[in-house]
Design a protein around this ligand. Structure first.
Ligand code: IVH
Length: 329
């Protein structure tokens, strides 16, 4: 394990337009309290990449080390695995004197995920539940040859600056790209919270056109000088938040409730559904936690049910549409 030069923090979440506006109000209030007058705050909105965070250190422009987030204070040295990721340059386009630490996300593109799971199925190995789990499992592998075959990729979004370096996050994104580091190209500078809200709406609809999984939008104050004034809690910076896209829902008929019996004898019910298309794939099965849960939500075979796809590939049954319940359900 390696200790991070500065802790790798997590992000607070926003789930609605109101949450986004409340985030903006907090930012403005803190800046006013810090004596900055009522400022016009510009943000950068970026897609939130559903992978695992990574810190890369370059020395004299040469990749020295790659470390996972770990608990935020100490991470795992995964340099030999990172070296196999084609998107991560071993040498920067311009030599940067001394040490440069950049941070971002390692992820498994959709196409690689589908291929890896197909291979695992063919080899009678358990499939990965989603690209994030697959990426995390791959980075834990002790064999860089395995990692190389999986087809991981990466996007960087942060430069760990020395104190008082200033500038904007917009500059940082351009600088990263200029150094030959991979940057997700759909980021946008937003002149105010209205533009941020518009970006979140737009990508809520467009997210499925991307070659990788995104579970939301990260919103960051663009002016780096404002960030230390806003500070951080012990978990999150106050200058950024993560907007989470609402889970995608669909309704379909519940044909039957069946059960899986695990190795230990534990019985897990699941829903057999009339096939329905939901955010990129056809769904025919969904999880139904346990018997008590089915009873509490009064889910019956024959019901029209609402299903939801969250972060996992396997969707869940939210509940029945009672107005549509057949008499014999
Ligand atoms: S900024 C200080 N930007 O989301 C906060 N994070 O839920 C630095 N993530 O731990 C993070 N895409 O691993 C940032 N464009 C993006 C991101 C992003 C994915 C991850 C990151 C973070 C987690 C928080």
């Amino acid at each position: 394990t390696v200790e991070h030069a500065a802790p790798m923090l997590s992000l607070d979440n926003a789930y609605s337009e109101e949450d986004l506006r409340a985030f903006h109000e907090r930012v403005v209030k803190l800046l006013v309290a810090a004596g900055d007058g009522p400022p016009a705050v510009a943000y950068v909105a970026e897609l939130k990449i559903d992978g695992l965070s990574i810190a890369l250190t370059y020395e004299e422009g040469v990749l020295l080390r790659g470390v996972t987030r770990g608990d935020g204070v100490r991470g795992e040295d995964v340099t030999s695995n990172v070296r196999t990721i084609r998107a991560v340059p071993l040498t920067l386009k311009q030599a940067v004197p001394g040490r440069l630490e950049v941070r971002g996300e390692v992820y498994l593109p959709r196409a690689s995920f589908d291929r890896v799971n197909q291979e695992r199925e063919d080899a009678d190995e358990p499939a990965f539940a989603n690209p994030r789990n697959a990426a995390a499992g791959t980075m834990r592998s002790l064999d860089p040859a395995v990692v190389a075959r999986r087809g991981l990729s990466a996007y960087m979004y942060q430069v760990v600056e020395g104190p008082g370096e200033g500038g904007t996050h917009t500059d940082t994104m351009r600088r990263l790209a200029g150094l030959g580091l991979p940057v997700e190209p759909h980021w946008r500078r937003c002149e105010g919270i209205d533009e941020v809200v518009a970006y979140c709406r737009e990508w809520g609809d467009r997210r499925h056109t991307l070659g990788f999984d995104t579970d939301g939008v990260v919103i960051k104050v663009d002016d780096l000088d404002l960030r230390p004034r806003l500070g951080a809690t012990n978990k999150f910076p106050r200058w950024a938040t993560a907007y989470k896209f609402p889970a995608q829902q669909a309704t379909t008929r519940l044909r039957a409730i069946e059960v899986n019996v695990g190795r230990t004898g534990a019985v897990t019910p699941y829903a057999v559904l009339e096939p329905v298309f939901l955010s990129g794939s056809t769904i025919q099965m969904a999880t139904l936690h346990n018997e008590q849960d089915i009873a509490r939500r009064d889910i019956r075979p024959g019901d029209l049910v609402v299903i939801e796809k969250g972060g996992d590939v396997i969707p869940k049954v939210v509940g029945p549409v009672l107005a549509d319940r057949p008499a014999d359900a």
